[in-house]
Write a protein that binds this ligand. Structure first.
Ligand SMILES: Nc1ncnc2c1ncn2[C@@H]1O[C@H](COP(=O)(O)OP(=O)(O)OP(=O)(O)O)[C@@H](O)[C@H]1O
Ligand SMILES: [Mg+2]
Length: 547
């Protein structure tokens, strides 16, 4: 029976898992799964990540004999050190002393590990990677909350060298693997099969989307769509472009140019310390899919740029994956730690107080359950809203499955027993009492919760005989709510607006309600509503209801 090794890459856009089957003699990459992280106002970012990892595991029935992960690169710093001896024992003893001067933190408050690229008789060159103990503890606790306790916790980006080691033969000259993701770009420089250094820069796809959004004054989601659909970076201006495309592309160029400054600095520093230049770039990460970015980097950095295609790896045996190969690399590289010998980075933060203990009890416990239940409640709010006012025929099935999964996670009951939103609502109501206190506290901290808003929208929508609507999008960020849907007539849209506005006697929690985007579609009239949320209106109306 081969053993199952999972490499878990916790990105900021999605969590990814690569599954390798290893046997005594060989290994094969058999599956890859990805789950986008849905950040919401109800969950903290950590809870959203926990929920995504849980879903990744549950939806794909992911099981493992060995699981490995890496602290995300933005939480790790690195230093290159040269020592006048090459004995591992001596390096072990002196590395702490050597880095003390370089680290801007108290040595007792960090965990570190190192990787040697040169080990001569009288010379060692090592890259030390370190992270604050607080950050590492947080990361381990986040994984534990999702039911994961990795044997190895490496540093984000450093394991990318494994792809070179196991697959992409390079000449014995330094090359750089540049992974451009969502919030960060990792530059990993290798020579032959050896890791030299790895560095993380906080510029990537999200910044591009944010820049497009502010440049064109459009919502983030629309900017993200335009980035992918019309975005392109090129050396020359595209004179025939329309205003939107020009705006998108100039935003892309601004951000990519600022990233290039950092890449150049890293290459320059490398040349200064190592007396040799980087020759050749391998690209990876979701943002490496941006149209034209390979030619652009190649032109500006005067380097050969190649995209890493993991499907070309000799051990790639995945039959079907919905994910693009560009986003697979980090998880595969991490999983390869489970089969690697020589060549890999060897960085592992699990030592001392963070050492891995075999057979440690899996943590599910209260924090996992509460996070999940809060997720369910947010979801149920949407379903209440949906079930009453929408004909979300396709989405209903999907939602019921999602609810069943969430409720099953929270209650430990089999998802098969939860057939419909109604079953889930009943169960969740029972469980809600158990966590009410926590939710109240959370809502107090957050101000108005999504549930409040959904409840208020439900209260204030026109009765079904007056307006029929099908809502396919609901968004709430800052103090703005956006609803998109299809109504049976333009009058229904007016009616919705009127009801949401309320009256002087019966104020709602919504102000500044604007309808727009009205257009005739197959099933009715497409519309969108944007409105501001105000706390006073909500409490007044709630009070009014109590009287
Ligand atoms: N075709 C495309 N063109 C441009 N950008 C794209 C394309 N497809 C995906 N992206 C962007 O790629 C990013 C996600 O990439 P990736 O999955 O590598 O991120 P991540 O690993 O989760 O994040 P990070 O490593 O930065 O924490 C998003 O910003 C997304 O908008
Ligand atoms: Mg990533």
């Amino acid at each position: 029976m081969p053993q199952r090794v999972v490499g878990l890459d916790v990105g900021s856009y999605s969590v990814k898992a690569a599954v390798i089957h290893r046997s005594f003699k060989s290994f094969e990459l058999v599956s890859f799964y990805e789950r986008p992280i849905h950040y919401s106002d109800v969950l903290t970012p950590e809870q959203s990540i926990v929920s995504a990892i849980q879903a990744l595991i549950d939806d794909n029935n992911l099981v493992w004999d060995d699981i490995i992960s890496a602290v995300p690169g933005e939480k790790v710093a690195t230093r290159l050190i040269t020592m006048p001896f090459g004995s591992i024992k001596k390096i072990d003893k002196t590395v702490a002393f050597e880095i003390e001067d370089y680290i801007p933190l108290d040595l007792d408050s960090v965990v570190f590990d190192y990787n040697a690229s040169v080990l001569g008789k009288n010379l060692a060159k090592v890259m030390v990677a370190y992270a604050s103990k607080t950050e590492l503890a947080k990361y381990i606790s986040l994984l534990n909350d999702a039911g994961v306790d990795p044997r190895i916790i490496s540093a984000g980006g450093v394991d990318l060298v494994n792809l070179i080691h196991f697959g992409f033969a390079t000449p014995d000259a330094p090359c750089a693997i540049i992974d451009i993701g969502h919030t960060k770009t990792t530059i990993t420089i290798c020579r032959g099969k050896k890791l030299i250094l790895s560095r993380t820069i906080p510029i990537a796809g999200r910044l591009i989307t944010e820049r497009i959004s502010s440049k064109l004054s459009i919502p983030y989601d629309e900017a993200a769509r335009l980035k992918i659909e019309v975005g392109r970076i090129s050396i020359e201006e595209q004179p025939e472009s329309d205003e939107i495309t020009t705006g998108v592309n100039s935003a892309i160029k601004e951000v990519v140019d600022s990233l290039i400054v950092h890449i150049k600095q890293t290459f320059f520093a490398y040349r200064e310390t190592e007396n040799e230049a980087v020759s050749g770039i391998y690209m990876s990460g979701g943002t490496s899919r941006l149209a034209g970015i390979d030619q652009y980097l190649s032109y500006v950095l005067r380097q050969n740029v190649t995209s890493i295609d993991p499907t070309m790896l000799h051990f790639y045996k995945i039959e079907h994956s919905e994910s693009h190969p560009a986003v697979m690399n980090e998880a595969i590289a991490i999983a390869l730690r489970g089969v690697s010998f020589g060549g890999s980075s060897g960085i592992n933060f699990r030592s001392g107080e963070f050492a891995y203990r075999v057979g440690k009890k899996k943590i599910g416990g209260a924090s996992r359950r509460i996070a999940t239940i809060i997720g369910i409640l947010a979801m149920l709010g949407f379903v209440y809203f949906g079930a009453e006012y929408c004909s979300l025929s396709n989405k209903n099935k999907e939602m019921n499955q999602e609810i069943a999964r969430l409720v099953s996670n929270a209650t430990g009951l089999s998802p098969e027993g939860i057939q419909s939103a109604n079953d889930a609502i009943k169960l969740a109501e029972k469980k809600e009492r158990e966590v009410k206190e926590k939710i109240d506290k959370l809502e107090m901290e957050l101000g108005i919760g999504v549930l409040d808003i959904l409840r208020n929208i439900s209260i204030n929508l026109p009765p079904k005989d007056k307006a029929k609507i099908d809502v396919y999008e609901f968004r709430y960020s800052g103090d703005t709510v956006v609803i998109k849907g299809v109504a049976d007539s333009p009058t229904s849209v007016d009616e919705i607006q009127r009801q949401l506005q309320g009256t002087n006697e019966n104020k709602t929690m919504f102000t500044n309600i604007k309808t727009g985007g009205l257009s005739k579609v197959k099933d009715g009239y497409k519309f969108d509503i944007t409105m501001q949320v105000s706390k006073e209106g909500s409490s007044e109306q709630e009070k009014g209801k109590e009287k």
